[in-house]
Design a protein around this ligand. Sequence first.
Ligand code: PAF
Length: 285
Amino acid sequence: MKRTSLIPELRQIIAQEKQRGRVIALVPTMGYLHRGHLALIEQAKQTCAYVVLSIFVNPLQFGPKEDLSRYPRDLERDVNLIKHAGVDVLFHPTEQDMYPHPIVTYVEVSQLDAVLCGATRPGHFRGVATVVCKLFHIVQPDLAFFGQKDYQQYLIIQRMVSDLSLPIEVCPVPIVREEDGLALSSRNVFLTSEQRQEAKVLSQSLIEAEECLLAGERSARELEKQLREKISRNCHGVIDYVEVRDAGDLSEVTIIERPVLIALAVKFGSTRLIDNKVLEVIPHV
Ligand code: PAF
């Protein structure tokens, strides 16, 4: 596996691979990798001849009161973890490499960024879209892989690619979970053992919501209410949001009659966890 933190060096490596006719995949990450990231790499490897993994904790996507300084970082641990994963080049730029001077140019995907996580984290998705757009320009991948745990992020990137006619296919990869259902996240390391134990209620509540839908519940508000009650009864976490929205454009839903996203964010102490499920509706016969 090659490694570089330098944009010109990465560009040279990729130009050579493109000349050889290789299909290039990009797996953008902020590091502190886990099995969820390995699933992204595996998916990339299956479809593309050359896999670029980026590790960059992007300051633009953290709000002033958020956890940029405590975001877990351990490059050598990450390198060890991906040793046999099939990454061809690891791109790990510094902040100076990515933003040599204060940035004044941003990419904003409006509307989609105003709800769910965007409502409580103003500027977050502008930071994400900007850095991903920049990575797309640096790497010029044919395909890029994003985990569905960050479903809203995936939709925003897909919309950015479509609106700006970027010649890149955005590929979603299913959520990877612990045995008890907790969605993998780099932030899980911050949970105390009690919080970790309680956090399994998030995925359990989503499974229950699916069961309710299968049993015929069609009211989005009723599903949200049941989810909130289940979470509040079973943990000390503070609910940021629990929402049922259209899975295609995140618009509001009252009666569920097309695919919906059930998304939630809950704070355990200062650790904010998110999870979601996309549910299809089986029409009544
Ligand atoms: O999902 C993440 O890890 C980040 O938001 C991303 C896409 C790497 C952009 O910094």
